[in-house]
Write a protein that binds this ligand. Structure first.
Ligand code: PLP
Length: 444
């Protein structure tokens, strides 16, 4: 077994000062829950000053290698020059006018060139907005109210129809909560039962084609068949899978075309942009050329800001020219192989596990009783931070070089050595502060 080096514990003095200020003026201290203090060990950088590639520098000047950058939105790398240049050039021409800009059509065509089964597209700023728009469109198209969501997948929208289904549902009327039903992934009978229990009432099935659990052979095709036979629409949320599984989305990867799909996150390398895409027959309800009741489909002030569209066009160009998706899978596999070796060498099978596809790796931490453990998650993240790695997941980007991956794997090995000791001697002995907590919980 390799000798364990003494890690350097960085200073976070300026982060601490900013945290004190931020909690006074921002509920939770951050504008995104997943970036909040309760999601990271106490001994962690509180604020980031700048990033380049997969490296970031915190407000105390400490450098880290990051994973899952920008909640998986930055797939090319922080401050990726061609994208920054394209956005800047566009910004100098004006970002928002009283009529649409030419680039709105250019990007619409480019997106439709990627996503096989879609005929029309509408842009917005956030993934939540486009997924909510897909649900509204499905309700209007089917004239039904209920929504079936995959209960094994963590997130679809910040809006009430979804948040009402989580534990953090204060402020959401019961009537709305009752309109969202849940089914289990890879269990076609469970979805069938939902349709049987609510005949002619389910407007749509909302799901990620695949998240942490691999898709069982034939499952997605059966979901689509079931939707069509019961008169519901199939909506794939491609916020994470899009620009990662395949340039044509997880729908292309798995060969199942949904009626509607939603994209966001990586489509503009971190610039705010999202897209609702789908069949003309459905999407046209949001347009001007029909005589049915009009659907108010995504009309926001900032939805088509030109620089985000320019960033997206350049992102797509980079993906096409430089085989970005292939690289993401390859680097994920490189990391997975090394981490799995470390798990074996440190006797952590059943306690620490990598799950998900190589382009989207996450880790699961378990305690002595093999129960899921937030203290052990915290310990692992803490030990990585002490070794210069911020890893709420192991989601790689186009900027993660072989050297970055190998350095991470060395850090993981040492973090696993501490994990092993904590299993044997108790996690409290090794933990520098309180454990992290899940975002969607009822009480603090
Ligand atoms: C699968 C999925 N869908 C939708 C969303 C919502 O996207 P946004 O945060 O851009 O509103 C997220 C955000 O994390 C997500 O992971």
């Amino acid at each position: 077994m390799k000798e364990m080096r003494k890690p350097v514990v960085p200073s976070f003095a300026e982060s601490r000062r900013l945290q004190a200020r931020s909690h006074t003026v921002i509920p939770g201290g951050a504008h995104t829950y997943a970036k909040g203090d309760d999601q990271f060990p106490e001994e962690a950088p509180g604020f980031i000053e700048r990033g380049k590639g997969c490296h970031v520098w915190d407000v105390d000047g400490n450098e880290f290698t990051e994973y899952g950058m920008g909640l998986r939105s930055v797939t090319l790398g922080h401050a990726f020059e061609p994208v920054v240049e394209a956005a800047y050039k566009q910004m100098q021409l004006g970002v928002n006018f009283s009529r649409p800009a030419r680039i709105e059509v250019d990007l619409a065509e480019a997106m439709l060139g990627l996503i096989d089964g879609a005929d029309m597209v509408k842009f917005a700023k956030n993934g939540s907005d486009v997924t909510t728009a897909a649900v509204k469109l499905a309700r209007a198209y089917t004239d039904r109210n209920l929504i079936a969501i995959c209960g094994d997948q963590p997130f679809f929208s910040t809006d009430d129809w979804f948040i009402g289904s989580t534990e953090m549902n204060a402020g959401i009327p019961q009537a709305i909560i009752e309109m969202t039903l849940k089914f289990r992934y890879n269990d076609i009978e469970d979805l069938k039962n939902l349709f049987d229990q609510h005949p002619n009432q389910i407007a749509c099935v909302v799901m990620e084609a695949e998240a942490a659990t691999p898709s069982a052979p034939g499952y997605l095709a059966k979901v689509k068949e079931l939707c069509e036979s019961r008169g519901a629409l199939l909506i794939f949320d491609e916020m994470i899978t899009g620009f990662r599984w395949h340039l044509g989305g997880a729908q292309k990867f798995h060969g199942v075309t949904p009626h509607l799909s939603t994209f966001g996150k990586a489509m503009a390398n971190g610039f705010a942009l999202a897209a609702l895409m789908g069949k003309r027959e459905i999407m046209r309800l949001g347009g001007l050329e029909h005589d049915q009741s009009r659907v108010f489909l995504l009309s926001t002030t900032h939805g088509a800001e030109t620089h985000a569209l320019a960033a997206s066009l350049e992102t797509i160009k980079t993906y096409r020219e430089r085989n970005v998706v292939e690289f993401l899978w390859q680097q994920g596999k490189r990391l997975r192989d090394r981490v799995n070796r470390s798990i074996a060498e440190n006797r952590l099978e059943g306690f620490f596990q990598l799950i998900g596809q190589p382009c989207n790796l996450v880790f699961e931490t378990r305690d002595q009783d093999r129960s899921r453990s937030q203290p052990f998650r915290t310990l692992f993240m803490q030990e990585l931070i002490r070794r210069g790695i911020i890893a709420p997941s192991f989601v790689v980007s186009f900027s993660h070089s072989d050297a970055d991956i190998d350095r991470t794997a060395d850090a993981v090995y040492e973090a696993h050595q501490v994990y092993r000791k904590a299993l044997d001697e108790g996690v409290a002995k090794y933990l520098g502060g309180r454990p992290v907590k899940p975002v969607n919980r009822e009480y603090n």
